[in-house]
Design a protein around this ligand. Sequence first.
Ligand code: 13P
Length: 342
Amino acid sequence: MGINEELIETARAMVAPGKGILAADESSGTIKRRFDAIGVESTEDNRRDYREMLFRTAGANEFISGVILYDETLRQKGADGTQLVDVLRGQNLIPGIKVDAGAVALPFAENELVTQGLDGLRERFAEYKQLGAKFSKWRAVITIGDGIPSTYCIQANAHALARYAALSQEAGIVPMVEPEVLLDGAHSIERCHEVSILTLRTLFRELAKQRVLLEGLVLKTNMVLSGNQASNRAPASEVARLTVDCFKQSVPASVPGIVFLSGGMPDDEATINLDAVSREAQKVGVPWEISFSYGRGLQGAPQKAWSGKAENVEAAQQAYYHRAKVTAAARQGAYSTAMENS
Ligand code: 13P
């Protein structure tokens, strides 16, 4: 199989019908914040125990196709000495790796960020390939506020995303390109719609310029939402209509799949909105698989249930299994709130 065929096959498997992706790629700082919230110290062993528990959850692979890892996890061994990558492979889960080095201040652009991490990336990809990564992720953030985002910020982030995506494909690793228009702010859903379209159009222009194979990538992005401080937040039906419209205006049909981040939406909202978007997509007809790649949306409940105690492992795995199951149902437009009590 040629490199392109392999990329296409992996990208399709990542968005296989009925399945989504677990984002477990929290950086050291982020996982510390999550652990602080449940009173667990963020040690290497605790991070391993927690993540291994998720990866070994029996039956979750019916709903989950792959997992995004942080650098540490890709190199880590489970409690019994098995590489965690092999634990994933044993469960038929595709291993992925977060490769960006985080967002930093964009010079001469107040309150705007650009994602860094391109230096040495070709060499890092060669190593990640050796370690077993089949896909990668790079997150760019676009902030809505007074007079922002600037075209400069959208351009700079799209350029970096495309540079990253080309290097990833060159290494035979599927890029998951993630432009995230942030939920933070008091903006209207219409403003999010407009900014998301502009961001995605700019991104796909840049991907084309940099010769990225569209069939061999996955787009990870935000739903079109009212800001979290908006006084009148749009309902799920409006989220669905404007999200699908945004993609129709900006995402080429050859992209195999679009997956959502949960972005700080509460679990129930992340599920209900995904269900509404899936129903809308089925109604109007779309060329892409539409799915999820949630971090907080899948992990909030199991983190709370676990709270760092070995005796809670079973309850935490049940909580994770349940969120994976209902989110996968929502991805097919087959969710109902009654499922929450099953
Ligand atoms: P959330 O679903 O918690 O937003 O995380 C997804 C992710 O990978 C952000 O980069």
